[in-house]
Design a protein. Structure first.
Length: 156
């Protein structure tokens, strides 16, 4: 297996795992809870609450379904192309490849929800923050990693 093939396999596996865990967790809570129902894990701090999110991250810009489908698909293709082209030229660090894979996996997870249901299933509820899901977490962590890897070594 060449270095390029190994890189592609690791990236595809990372994307697959994000989508898999996102889908399984959403389906689990969709079957466990009714819309708006909440189960406290640590009362008033951390709950599982089923929410149908028609907006983007953290419920912003609600009821823009088709627009978000197009934007999500565009983001998946752009990040996928960047991951592919930069990995092929071997200009991305492992951490950057992981970041791109997390973002793509998260975007795919939420894209599948929008296609299937017309909304995104959210269930992680910290009470001081809008309800979110594993895909949102993957996108946020991936973006954070990209920001950190873009800071020059001298500034760290």
């Amino acid at each position: 297996m060449t270095k390029c093939q190994e890189t592609a396999l690791i990236s595809c596996t990372s994307i697959f795992l994000v989508v898999l865990f996102d889908r399984l967790s959403k389906l689990f809570f969709l079957n466990l809870l009714s819309l708006g129902e909440s189960i406290p894990v640590v009362r008033n701090i951390f709950h599982f609450t089923l929410v149908h999110n028609t907006g983007i991250a953290f419920g912003l810009f609600k009821d823009q379904g088709m627009f978000f489908l197009v934007v999500s698909l565009f983001a998946i293709f752009v990040f996928g192309w960047l991951l592919y082209s930069q990995s092929k030229e071997q200009t991305l660090s492992r951490l950057s490849r992981l970041a791109f894979s997390l973002i793509i996996g998260g975007a795919l997870g939420n894209f599948i929800d929008r296609l299937q249901f017309g909304f995104v299933i959210d269930f992680i509820d910290f009470r001081i923050w809008p309800v979110f899901n594993i895909a949102d977490s993957a996108i946020t962590i991936g973006a954070f990693i990209l920001i950190i890897t873009c800071i020059p070594s001298s500034a760290k």
